[in-house]
Design a protein around this ligand. Structure first.
Ligand code: NCD
Length: 312
């Protein structure tokens, strides 16, 4: 298979294992390209991409922009805080105005779950979801699984625990879907109040004891507590959270095997992970960031080939 089964990347839920393998194979090629002295290829030379960020972002936004530029696309950036969204414009109007400037692809981060799916039903451009509220963050899950494959050889057969604020995390949901499609076994670990009620229906194990979860796993993905999405207290104090669910060096070293430690960033050092763990050899946090560019180049390249363009 050399093309994706979808026209948009709205979530891992909507793509197949074969799609993921194709994205990985294509990313292998782009990873080699970005390590050359001339890092740019002309693949998307006549494609215009708009990055629409209705929510704050550092890594994801820079990573998409770099991926687009490495592929020679024309790029326009939009951030909600500096736009007419503040003046009451609807999402469809905002996007249609941008599309009237002949934009082919839209990379969108939005606080509302389902914003990408909604938009894909109303506009013609190809849409890539860069995070929709607490729902999905597909390119993050792809780069996470790609990084596991790179470090451990394969994702299939591995035990992966996702630790922390599962309830508010789009990274958790997309990772669960991607890891399962690739044949890994997934557990979640966190305070009961931060584990969503539906989690049992997703075929993941639940472990509320961090040490037991770490003993079981090959890979631990440590998530940030999403304070900005909380309007009530989900645990007594940050100190107590760290005591029960924070990963420190003593805990890591006391395990009878070497596990791989991941984090999607931004890290709250000293809360979900200590600095010495984040900066240790077992952590692949910077590899994840590096792989993000190759993965996003692969996604953009594969989706661009499916764009239907009007003849002028
Ligand atoms: C994550 C996000 O925005 O969902 N970050 C990212 O994209 N690298 C995770 C987070 O904000 O904690």
């Amino acid at each position: 298979m050399n093309e994706l089964s979808v026209k948009h990347l709205l979530g891992i839920k909507y793509i197949t294992e074969a799609d993921i393998q194709l994205i990985f194979k294509t990313a292998d090629h782009f990873k080699e390209v970005i390590n050359r002295s001339i890092k740019k290829v002309p693949s998307l030379r006549d494609i215009t991409i708009s990055n629409l960020f209705f929510e704050s972002s550092t890594r994801t936004r820079l990573s998409f922009e770099l991926a687009e530029k490495r592929l020679s696309a024309d790029v326009i950036n939009f951030s909600a805080s500096a736009s007419s969204v503040n003046k009451g414009e609807t999402l469809i109007d905002t996007v249609n105005n941008i599309l009237s400037m002949k934009v082919d692809m839209v990379v969108m981060r939005h606080p509302n779950p389902g914003a990408g799916v909604f938009l894909s039903k109303h506009i013609k451009a190809c849409i890539i979801n860069a995070g929709d509220g607490t729902h999905e963050h597909p390119t993050q899950a792809l780069l996470d699984c790609y990084s596991i494959r790179e470090r451990l050889g394969d994702v299939a057969g591995k035990n992966v625990v996702i630790v922390g604020d599962i309830l508010h995390s789009r990274v958790a949901l997309s990772n669960i879907f991607a890891l399962q499609k690739l044949g890994a076994t997934v557990k979640v670990c966190g305070p009961k109040t931060l584990l969503p009620k539906y989690i049992g229906n997703l075929g993941v194990g639940i472990e509320t004891n961090l040490r037991k979860a770490l003993q079981w796993c090959d890979v631990a993905n440590m998530l940030r507590v999403q304070n900005e999405r909380m309007d009530i207290s989900y645990f007594p104090s940050t100190r107590e959270y760290t005591q029960q669910f924070g990963l420190n060096k003593a805990m890591l070293d006391s395990l009878d095997k070497e596990i791989v430690v991941m984090h999607p960033g931004p890290i709250n050092r000293g809360v979900e992970i200590t600095s010495d763990v984040a900066d240790s050899k077992q952590a692949i946090i910077l590899e994840q960031v590096q792989n993000g560019v190759a993965i996003r180049m692969a996604v953009l390249y594969l989706l661009a080939s499916k764009i239907e363009r009007d003849e002028d």
